[in-house]
Design a protein around this ligand. Structure first.
Ligand code: BMA
Length: 333
């Protein structure tokens, strides 16, 4: 490997498929996509923007399930190979001693990260039906302990870094509005205790092209010798509505609000039928990356058209070379 990875473990059974012959893409799709169909459990209308992590001798995850009433819920799931999933039919019922937190309105777009001794889940949490960033922790993916929301509404796409930075927990998020927000920059915040968040810093704004309307952090950042590798989604407003694509950028390891390099081009945009057709057409939305520290392989889980879940692959070297060789996103306009 050309570049070093920090803090990740060897994942021998990482879901993987080599790049197809003749394919020149930096990130390539799994041939058997989608891996999770919309009706995988009897109560699901759709299963999409979801988070998977290595767990015990297989994998565990938290899935966005919109049910047959079209309520937005979070369900846990388990898998031996990261491709075939058993998703629990009941939604996660969070344990909490605080009455204010106990009322579940809706939850979506989960991210999961291991920090110190437990798994943390962040998601878009409806607090009095207003979206903000919910936080919970688990050790077994069966019992989830909900703590305080990180921010006031309105906020979405809260993604924790996998380690403390300068002594504090660190999170990327995207302040928004109560609807289908037509704007959005990525910000960075710190907390000494996972409860009180501050020291907010601006990271990135939308720029021309596929990321011109709004952007939001995707999977958990990966620490490399070249900086924090972050996959993020960007939205373009076409005459037919929003189009969600994604790419990656490198952030400074000690001051992650400083962008080292951000490419101009996307890595994946909605092009396959399952990405273009569904409950919300033209959406590719990554929420998880599994990294094998031994080989540098990366498996990315992404939601497609707000309907099903798919996998795509790259390597640390390929994606960092892509970022470095791209001309770079233009300055904000
Ligand atoms: C965002 C979130 C995502 C969804 C996307 C496209 O605001 O709700 O869950 O995938 O819109 O509908």
């Amino acid at each position: 490997m050309k570049y070093q990875i920090f803090g990740e473990k060897e994942v021998k059974n990482i879901p993987w498929q080599d790049r197809q012959a003749g394919c020149r893409d930096t990130v390539w799709r799994f041939e058997a996509n989608p891996i999770i169909e919309r009706n995988i459990i009897p109560c699901s209308n759709s299963v999409f923007n979801s988070a998977a992590v290595p767990f015990e001798d297989g994998f565990a995850g938290v899935f966005r399930v919109d049910n047959l009433a079209r309520d937005m819920e979070l369900h846990a799931g388990f898998s031996k190979d990261g491709i075939h999933w058993d998703i629990c039919s009941d939604r996660i019922e969070f344990e909490t001693e605080d009455e204010e937190m106990a009322e579940f309105c809706y939850g979506y777009d989960p991210r999961v990260v291991f920090i110190e001794d437990r798994w943390y889940l962040t998601w878009c949490n409806g607090y009095k039906f207003k979206p903000t960033i919910g936080i919970a922790w688990t050790k077994d993916f069966k019992t989830f302990h909900q703590t305080e929301n990180a921010f006031l509404p309105f906020n979405r796409n809260g993604v924790l870094f996998p380690r403390k930075i300068n002594g504090n927990y660190a999170m990327l998020s995207r302040p928004s509005d109560s609807g289908h927000t037509p704007f959005g920059d990525i910000f960075y915040s710190e907390s000494p205790d996972m409860t009180f968040w501050g020291r907010h810093r601006h990271v990135m704004a939308p720029v021309r092209g596929w990321q011109s309307t709004k952007i939001g952090a995707g999977p958990v950042p990966v620490e490399t010798s070249e900086g924090w590798l972050v996959f993020y989604h960007g939205v373009l407003t076409s005459c037919n509505g929003f189009v969600y694509s994604f790419s990656a950028a490198l952030l400074d390891r000690d001051e992650p609000w400083k962008v080292i390099k951000r490419p101009r081009q996307y890595l994946i945009s909605p092009q396959k039928l399952y990405e273009c057709v569904g409950d919300v057409p033209n959406v590719t939305f990554p929420c998880a990356n599994i990294v094998d520290a031994a080989t540098g392989r990366i498996a990315i889980y992404y939601g497609c058209a707000d309907t099903c879940t798919a996998l795509c692959f790259t390597t640390i070297d390929d994606v960092i070379d892509f970022i470095k060789s791209d001309p770079g996103a233009p300055a904000a306009e």
